[in-house]
Design a protein around this ligand. Structure first.
Ligand SMILES: Cc1cc2nc3c(=O)[nH]c(=O)nc-3n(C[C@H](O)[C@H](O)[C@H](O)COP(=O)(O)OP(=O)(O)OC[C@H]3O[C@@H](n4cnc5c(N)ncnc54)[C@H](O)[C@@H]3O)c2cc1C
Length: 413
């Protein structure tokens, strides 16, 4: 049993897409980082079929991942950029379209496999001389002092860090240990996911249709197939999972209203519970929460990872400013600044998605939602505002999202 205390600038618990990104950014900026992860990602096999879990990453997220040194490898291995987004209301037929060139962008987003991104980040952490990975490992106890936080891992390992970052997902153990409460809305819905082949290939379009019971999204994949996220009431989702392939593709085709023609084939299906959660506090003495540990949003706007990556970039911005000015890395007022910044942004997004979801339930007002979509479609400033936020390029987005380099954060404004 190793009981000697090992010291690091930062401890990151959870090396998912968000924890892996913040750890990589901070290590590239020269901080020593301990990464504690319960389960290492598997090897990524580009010859295997496209995975079930994918994320639509915004241009802002792509810039953050480029600063972390991960983007080129992800984009070149297997990904699908899309230049068009289409949102329609199944009941009224009202629709809203976004085209990348209208906004001076090359792409509105990129579909990336979660397993690939996680693996690329894990390999970057492995290659870094200032990172030590503890895996498989979990935190057993946390003790925050005036100068540092001490962590006890299972197997008796002890770590002392100036700042502890909790990126251990929606059921964050660190959030629980810190006694941070959260507001929770259970939607009693599940997101059914599958990779499907349609008569016509997906024309690089992220397509979403609001139907009674929940939205249905088709996200484009590099081989012309689509990754679907179909939100259904929980019992109905279970029923869809239990259907035979032909019955499932027929039900999907009907819900899609024939978009892309016949649904010819579906791969394996899975479903995930959908909730909204917002932690009451993001920071405590020498401790910070980010990503799903801090907030969980309904996937209808494809924002969960994007918010988490913006958290990671914002935290790096705050910490590197502390480092430049020679102050304590985990200076509490700066952590509170991070909390004000990110909690208000994420709370606004979570509230907006929540309201949108309510409007599109069977009880929602069809007239109102049709009017809403038409209003945004007709108003360039509103459309631009919506798109910039969804693209992670809003006024309050972190500097890395706007394409600034990590070196600029290390050296100064
Ligand atoms: C159906 C569906 C579709 C979605 N689509 C999109 C989309 O298109 N775009 C988008 O932006 N978001 C999307 N999301 C949301 C997105 O998947 C999450 O926001 C994202 O996975 C959160 O990443 P994270 O790194 O914060 O947490 P996680 O992915 O949960 O990672 C947490 C990490 O911590 C580790 N861990 C957990 N507990 C411990 C512990 N006690 N000790 C050590 N390590 C621990 C885990 O092993 C894991 O590696 C979708 C979600 C769903 C359900």
């Amino acid at each position: 049993m190793n009981t000697a205390v090992q010291r690091f600038d930062v401890g990151v618990v959870g090396a998912g897409m968000v924890g892996g990104t913040v750890a990589t950014l901070l290590a590239r900026a020269g901080l020593s980082v301990a990464v504690v992860e319960a389960q290492a990602p598997g090897a990524f096999d580009a010859a295997a079929d496209i995975g079930l879990r994918v994320s639509a990453l915004s241009p802002g997220s792509a810039s953050i991942l480029a600063a972390a040194g991960a983007w080129d490898r992800v984009a070149q291995t297997r990904s699908c950029a899309f230049s068009r987004m289409h949102v329609e209301d199944g009941a009224t037929g009202a629709a809203l379209d976004f085209e990348a060139p209208e906004f001076g962008l090359e792409a509105l987003g990129t579909i990336v496999e979660n397993d690939l991104l996680r693996r690329v980040l894990w390999d970057l952490l492995d290659a870094s001389a200032v990172v030590q990975r503890f895996c498989p490992a979990r935190v057993r106890a946390v003790q925050a002092g005036a100068e540092h936080v001490e962590l006890q891992l299972d197997a008796g390992t002890r770590l002392r860090v100036a700042l502890l970052i909790g990126a251990d997902g929606a059921d964050s153990a660190l959030r629980g240990m810190a006694g941070v409460a959260q507001d929770v809305w259970e939607y009693n819905q599940r997101g059914v996911v599958a990779v499907v082949r349609t008569q016509r290939p997906n024309p690089h379009t992220a397509w979403q249709r609001f139907t009674a019971g929940g939205p249905l999204a088709f996200l484009p994949l590099s081989d012309g197939r689509s990754s679907i996220v179909w939100t259904r009431p929980a019992p109905e989702a279970q029923r869809l999972l239990a259907l035979g392939d032909e019955e499932f593709t027929a039900a999907l085709q009907e819900a899609a209203g024939g978009w892309l023609g016949q649904v010819l084939e579906s791969g394996p299906r899975a479903s995930f519970p959908l909730t909204m959660r917002l932690a009451n506090h993001y920071v405590g003495p020498r401790q910070v929460l980010l990503g799903d540990a801090a907030q969980v949003v309904h996937p209808l706007a494809g924002q969960g990872v994007n918010l988490g990556l913006a958290d990671a970039a914002a935290l790096a911005e705050v910490l590197l400013a502390n480092r430049r000015s020679g102050s304590d890395l985990a200076e509490h007022r700066s952590l509170l600044r991070y909390q004000r910044w990110r909690r208000s942004e994420n709370g606004l997004m979570a509230g907006g998605i929540h309201a949108l979801r309510s409007l599109f339930t069977p009880d929602g007002l069809a007239g109102m939602r049709g009017l809403g979509l038409r209003l945004v479609a007709a108003s360039w400033p509103l459309k631009d505002l919506f798109l910039r936020r969804a693209a992670g390029l809003g006024r309050n987005a972190p500097r890395l999202a706007h394409g600034e380099s990590l070196a600029a954060l290390v050296q100064g404004p």
